[in-house]
Design a protein around this ligand. Sequence first.
Ligand code: PLP
Length: 426
Amino acid sequence: MQSDLLWHPFTQEKTKGKQIHIERGEGTKIFDTDGKSYLDMISSWWVNLHGHANLEIADAIYRQAKKLEHVIFAGFTHTPAVELCTELSKFLPESLVKFFFSDNGSTSVEVALKMAYQFWFNVGERNRTIFLCFEGAYHGDTFGAMSVSAIPKFHDVFKELFFKSVAIPFPNTWDYDDAAEEKEQNALRVLEECLESYGNQVAAFIMEPIIQGASGMKYSQPSFVKKVCELLKNYGILLIFDEVMTGFYRTGKMFALEHVCIAPDIICLSKGLTGGFLPLALTVTTKRIYDAFLGDGFNKALAHGHSYTANPIACAAAIASTGLLSRDETIKNINKIVSIQKENLEKLYSMFSSVIMRPRCLGTIAAFDLDDKSYNVKDISLKLLNMGVFIRPLGNTVYLLPPYCISQDELVYSYRAIEDCLTIAL
Ligand SMILES: *Cc1c(COP(=O)(O)O)cnc(C)c1O
């Protein structure tokens, strides 16, 4: 076998070193070909909900694969798609009633952007061509998604090719932040100025509600997000919530929108949708937006679709995962994770308050920034890996985002391991 055939994502190939060869997974653990196990403390890039190789999801996939593996989704429909949307609609705001399938987070964002843009086109407000986003936003790696993202390190090479978007400051607050109010006021002021000068040319504001993932688990208070949404409403601007990361109880609620009590015009879902088994995404919107695409000819229709749209096997995995999320046992464990994270992050912060900055906890996600003058964050994650704990810091941000089947012992062990690494390195 030739492993040098591969080019890995988000990786400097020259310095990448040896990639760990994983053979199997079980629950919270992944096992390499030497049999060494690692606790997957980032849920494999935030997709895994119920642990690896979950038997119920695996069985659902097997059963569906034997019945119908795939069928074109134009001119045809199927039960797994209908059943999945029916189940999910029970968790979503009543106004979100039209479900459009695609394959991954980036495509769910592309669909949302096209829906928003074409909505205004179809209703005759063709000057609405600008998109707003937050500084530090990450919405995916395709061109539309990159155009509304604002992480220079990832996307700057391509910026000449992007369409028009404006990034509003993101408060980036934390659990003990005295300056939260001031930062929020500043962001709101910038937003108001933008809206006053060209609010009626804005098609939509896309945001990761409350917590930005890829830019480093950056936090803003729900009350702030609410104020932003209210300002947008005055200008009729569409609101897109990208819940690709925050969805499915990551923030302690099924969807982060529940923290702000706001129903967006469009929501993007992916990552945890299938419990981390198969790529699948949904862009869900309102009847109002949907209706603007109706007409006698094709010209008003949404010209978008992917070969694997609404793949039945992926839908079956998503139905099984949603079923698991509906169980009391799962919710109990999620709530337990929330309190263990909070308690242990506080403890860690109290032990290392001179080198840990901006500790923040939201739902099942815990994050902090390490003073990189005192620590080499890469060394810390390597040490942790040797101790059987897999994390993948974002810059100097260390975060734990575990699968929901994690036991108290495993989670506490991860904190003790971090504690040991920080102690040794000091
Ligand atoms: C990961 C992510 C995406 C992109 O999803 P992919 O499946 O990687 O294309 C979009 N938005 C957010 C908030 C994400 O975290």
